[in-house]
Design a protein around this ligand. Structure first.
Ligand SMILES: [Fe+2]
Ligand SMILES: [Fe+2]
Length: 471
């Protein structure tokens, strides 16, 4: 296992220099990537010094180096976690056999598809977030936005390396297509719908990093189980970077809630909008929206594709080893929620067909942890309000609830009942316009916009009033 070599054009720990053909192919893709970054990455700020972390080691705790760098000069590279000695396949029909260092011919198309779908989300989110720098609530937040963007760019590199390295001509074409699709473009959209939506304001950004990046965590966790070892090792290291993205979301929403509590107390009111804050009900509606669209990314709970991927060892469940079952799922049953005759019911099915729902339900439990932390902020401030995750059937675009109308507390509604109440549950246009009216930049060192509290600490032991971005 090589250390990360930063003396090369493309930093890497995969001995790229020993594979001239692959190295040349990736070096030919690199300028196209940088062009994409300049065109579709953060609007503005490309010549400013940003305090960014860069991976310097994949193994140890202190794996990252921090320093000011201009974003186009960032050293995007290819970093895989250390190989696990004698690793064997942990699930599916080939359980117990050695993992693969090459792609078996019969799984080529499926594996390529899994990698392309994951890879496509990475540049997509950068595109979705490209205008947010212009309305950052602080330099601290501006820096966090760019850190997330830079690392999503690196995640694209992670997937593109696999495409170039293991999928020949088709892989190279797929890598080029990654730079040609555009989030929200009607002619060349990104593959998954949630990645074609806008991220128009910072409340949405924090919700996205909390809920949608967490979908990424669960997808990467499931792919990390893969029998295709290079994919497994790539995803393992991506997960390390991903943790910060979800921290940005969890802490960002927490700080908004804190600020709202402060304003509620200061002005003795429930409605903080006259004072430039974001009402708790609004935050709840944004949670409802982002949680429901993020759950759609897990696909249909019952899925024959997911069963095929599982049996073949291509994609497992999140935390496969911690699951207390046979890891084959051929003979066990499980249940999922669906709607029938106007009622929500539990339906049973073979566990193998419900792998998607297994991953999704672990995701939902994980989402609930942050909600509990936010509720602690509310109770610590003596505010009688509880944030909640809506029911799994609420506002779904994928799966058995698509044609049903389900309230956040899990009641089946008629179309009329839904229409009469949906304004209480999803952000209205007026409300979104209000949130966007708050989005004026605060670029003063250590200053915060009025709708969000300061973080309790800075990045990498630096103070909150550090010049995270030098404008
Ligand atoms: Fe990512
Ligand atoms: Fe992410």
């Amino acid at each position: 296992m090589a250390d990360i070599d930063y003396s090369q054009k493309i930093p890497n720990n995969v001995n790229l220099a020993e594979d001239r053909r692959l190295q040349r192919a990736l070096e030919a893709w690199q300028p196209k990537y940088v062009d994409w970054w300049k065109e579709m990455g953060p609007a503005g700020f490309q010549a400013d010094d940003v305090y960014l972390r860069t991976a310097v080691d994949v193994g140890r705790e202190g794996w990252a180096h921090f320093g000011h760098v201009q974003m186009p000069e960032y050293r995007w590279g290819i970093f895989l976690s250390e190989p696990e000695k004698d690793r064997t396949i942990g699930f599916g029909d080939l359980k117990g056999e050695p993992v693969w260092q090459e792609v078996p011919g019969e799984y080529r198309a499926d594996l390529r598809r899994l990698i392309v779908v994951q890879g496509d989300t990475e540049p997509a989110s950068v595109e979705q977030q490209r205008l947010l720098g212009k309305s950052a609530p602080s330099l601290y937040d501006l820096r966090n936005l760019f850190q997330v963007n830079i690392e999503e760019g690196r995640h694209l590199w992670a997937m593109v390396y696999l495409l170039f390295g293991y999928f020949g001509r088709e892989g190279r074409d797929e890598a080029d297509a990654m730079l040609e699709r555009r989030s929200g473009d009607p002619d060349q959209p990104r593959i998954l719908q949630a990645f074609n939506e806008k991220t128009p304001d910072w409340l949405s950004f924090f919700m996205f990093t909390y809920f949608t990046d967490r979908d990424g965590k669960y997808q990467l966790g499931a792919l990390k189980e893969s029998a295709f070892d290079p994919l497994s090792r790539t995803c393992d290291f991506m997960l390390k970077e991903e943790a910060h993205h979800m921290f940005v979301g969890a802490s960002g929403i927490g700080r908004i809630i804190q600020r709202t509590c402060d304003l509620m107390k200061e002005y003795n009111t429930q409605d903080v909008t006259p004072h430039g804050g974001i009402n708790l009900e609004t935050i709840q509606r944004y949670i409802n929206f982002h949680y429901s669209v993020s759950m759609d990314l897990f696909g249909s709970p019952k899925s024959s594709n997911a069963a095929i991927y599982y049996s073949a060892g291509l994609k497992g469940r999140f935390g496969e080893a911690s699951k207390d079952d046979d890891h084959l799922l051929n003979s066990s049953e499980s249940t999922f929620l669906t709607v029938s005759d106007g009622k929500i019911i539990e339906e049973s099915s073979g566990a193998l067909s419900l792998v998607n729902d297994d991953v999704r339900s672990d995701y939902s439990i994980d989402c609930g942890k942050g909600v509990r932390r936010w509720n602690r902020i509310l109770s610590d401030n003596g505010v009688d309000f509880e944030m909640r995750l809506p029911h799994v059937g609420f506002h779904r675009g994928v799966g058995p609830f698509v044609d049903a109308k389900i309230s956040p507390d899990g009641k089946v509604l008629s179309d009329e009942e839904w229409e009469a109440s949906v304004k209480q549950w999803l952000p209205s246009e007026k409300e979104q316009a209000y949130v966007s009216s708050l989005m004026v930049p605060e670029y003063g060192v250590g200053k915060m916009a009025g709708w969000i509290a300061a973080p309790s600490s800075g990045i990498n032991t630096k103070p909150v009033d550090f010049d995270y971005v030098r404008l």
